[in-house]
Ligand binder design. Structure first.
Ligand code: SF4
Ligand code: SF4
Length: 336
């Protein structure tokens, strides 16, 4: 959908944040995110963490309210926050091998709402400062958007189709990650679920990339070879023996170097054209201070992921073929 065709999108370069929204951005988020830092470190708790852990409680409230005023959004997000109970860990452990347990977990997840599944060894760089994760494995589940609904973003009081799809995918992530954690517990191993949209111990994109679910895009979100940027994530950590999936490149990072679709579509111009140094890693970066006022006012926005050419089901196979022809698909993907 072009920006002209969607009446809810500001014309290019016309967006100006409301003064009352800007006034709530009391502290720049870029230093908290580690922009410009050359030393590798764990991420700091940030937006969508409990409000005593960051300075954006009021902005979070604006974002939540602008989302909830959209038709259908309330029930969709209520389902996302409806956490099932975790069952006790079974006293008797399964005697299956790591290969068998990985296959069993994958089969369970893919038959319980997850659209993709990957395993990575836990790395403490995936854990926000102040949190502890002791399990040695992280499973990341991908939940695909419905493109025809996602492309309706941003939402407002007149049209909630896009943000309802966001809520629906988070709700599927909650159900599938808790379901998988309980399946693992039934095998006699510990497991915890980490669905969105609230943030918890785990940052999800880096382990998703390590687990082969995609590459980091210029818009700061995951690009999946199967679903493009129209995808949400949920994590499960466990001490159940597993086999790592391994990362996988298909050319998204290389494609981003010459694509400007999201940088041009982003109303506040928040998406950096070049990679930036962030917590000791050179990577794509979105300027929090530019993104978040629009994100908060526009019901969680979503324009960059909807506009990304990889998200379009009719375009994605052609891009995959083009990048394969260019020979850029060899090697491991990295979140740098
Ligand atoms: S979510 Fe943020 S970065 Fe993406 S288009 Fe909206 S304002 Fe821009
Ligand atoms: S729109 Fe283009 S530059 Fe942005 S993430 Fe997608 S492929 Fe990369």
């Amino acid at each position: 959908m072009s920006e002209e065709a969607n009446p809810r999108r500001p014309k290019r370069k016309t967006y100006v944040p409301k003064p009352e929204t800007l006034a709530l951005l009391k502290v720049s988020g870029n230093p908290i995110n580690g922009l410009g830092e050359t030393t590798v470190r764990r991420p700091s708790p940030f937006f969508w963490h409990p409000p005593d852990q960051h300075p954006y409680e009021e902005l979070q409230n604006v974002a939540r309210l602008s989302s909830r005023k959209c038709p259908g959004s309330g029930p969709a997000f209520m389902a996302a926050y409806n956490y099932p109970e975790l069952v006790p860990v079974a006293e008797e452990r399964s005697g299956a091998s790591a290969e068998e347990l990985t296959a069993g977990a994958r089969e369970f997840a893919l038959s319980h709402e997850a659209d993709d599944f990957g395993v990575a060894a836990m790395d403490q760089l995936y854990v926000f400062e102040g949190y502890t994760v002791e399990e040695p494995w992280v499973i990341v589940l991908a939940l695909a958007h419905n493109y025809d609904r996602l492309k309706e973003v941003p939402s407002d009081e007149t049209n909630g189709v896009g943000v309802v799809d966001i809520g629906d995918q988070y709700a599927r992530g909650t159900r599938s990650s808790y379901g998988l954690a309980n399946w693992i517990r039934s095998q006699g191993y510990n497991a915890h679920a980490y669905p969105g949209p609230s943030a918890n111990a785990l940052v999800l994109i880096p382990p998703a990339i390590a687990a082969g679910l995609g590459e980091l895009g210029k818009h700061g979100s995951l690009i999946s070879r199967h679903f493009g940027s129209g995808v949400r994530l949920a994590g499960v950590t466990t001490d159940m023996p597993l086999v790592a999936s391994g990362s996988s490149r298909f050319g998204a990072d290389d494609f981003c170097k010459s694509c400007q679709v999201c940088t041009r579509a982003c109303p506040p111009g928040a998406i950096s054209e070049e990679k930036q140094m962030v917590r000791g890693m050179e990577r794509w970066y979105v300027d929090f201070d530019k993104c978040i006022p629009y994100f908060a006012e526009a019901a969680s926005c979503g324009i960059c992921i909807a506009e990304c050419p990889w998200t379009r089901p009719d375009v994605r196979p052609k891009l995959l073929a083009t990048m394969a022809r260019r020979g850029v698909v060899a090697g491991a993907a990295s979140w740098m």
